[in-house]
Design a protein around this ligand. Structure first.
Ligand SMILES: Nc1ncnc2c1ncn2[C@@H]1O[C@H](COP(=O)(O)OP(=O)(O)OP(=O)(O)O)[C@@H](O)[C@H]1O
Length: 255
């Protein structure tokens, strides 16, 4: 079953076609990698999916409904959560508070209930605390719950972003360079975490420059170059695709 369907998506910035007529599908339950050289348009595609940018043309169908034009918080409520290439945490808040902020979108009590601390509100607060701790446990950060986000290592900040995204109870999580700045051990653990996310029934779409991770974890790949899709297929197909080798895998593998 197709969970996400991108159709003829385009975005230009003052004449620069950052995304040019891109179409691809993401099957429910899969782990899909969006790859391509620097500046290929990957993050822009993510921003179009999550409502951070509006496309010039095209549709983003999620659960068969078009998301284009919806505000970001509605898209989160529909079931898409994300992490950012440049970490965006509440740096002065605790690790737990950061995850609670993610879960907030699923709370039902209104502000009046919060003001008077009704039993329903207290129950909901207790439940969201429990769920936030469970997400921290899931990513391996429960021991850090009281620490300020800014005191975490770079790799752990990335995990905290994932926990916060998971707290929104997504059907689809989009991860923008989750291994960025991670060492080998952290990357190894991240691969296990991404698979564990899939085991929970959550579909994963990720951008990543670490080809080892991409090839090991993704069931299919979409390759962009200069804003356009140049290939899609299994990791083995992509690795053998001459067009991709020329555009991407042939360039300096350090990037
Ligand atoms: N808000 C913006 N305003 C103007 N140009 C932008 C904006 N966002 C992205 N671009 C341009 O669009 C192109 C695609 O950028 P994008 O960040 O989507 O690429 P990317 O594939 O994610 O690159 P990287 O791998 O380096 O993160 C680039 O030329 C970039 O400079």
């Amino acid at each position: 079953m197709t969970l996400l369907s991108i159709e003829n998506l385009s975005k230009n910035f003052g004449g620069l076609m950052a995304v040019n007529e891109v179409s691809f599908d993401v099957e429910a339950g899969s782990i899909v990698g969006l790859i391509g050289p620097n500046g290929a348009g990957k993050t822009t595609v993510f921003n179009l999916i999550t409502g951070n940018y509006q496309p010039n043309t095209g549709t983003v169908l999620f659960d068969a409904q078009n998301l284009v034009g919806l505000p970001t918080h509605t898209i989160v409520e529909r079931g898409i959560a994300r992490t950012f290439q440049t970490i965006r945490l509440f740096q002065n808040m605790s690790v737990l508070e950061n995850v609670l902020a993610g879960g907030h979108c699923r709370m039902h009590s209104g502000s009046l209930a919060a003001m008077f601390r009704t039993p329903t509100q207290r129950r909901e607060e207790h439940e969201s605390m429990r769920q936030a701790m469970a997400e921290l446990e899931f990513v391996g950060l429960s021991h850090e719950w009281q620490n300020k986000a800014k005191n975490l290592s770079y790799g752990n900040q990335r995990l905290l972003e994932i926990a916060r995204a998971l707290a929104t109870k997504p059907k689809l999580i989009v991860l923008d360079e989750p291994a960025g700045g991670m060492n080998d051990q952290e990357t190894h653990d991240l691969i296990r975490l991404i698979r564990a996310i899939q085991d929970r029934g959550i579909t994963v779409l990720l951008i990543e420059h670490d080809m080892g991770l991409v090839m090991r974890v993704c069931s299919s790949l979409v390759v962009l170059e200069h804003g356009a899709k140049i290939a899609s297929g299994t990791p083995a197909e992509i690795q053998a695709n001459p067009r991709v080798i020329e555009a991407y895998l042939g360039v300096d593998s350090d990037e």
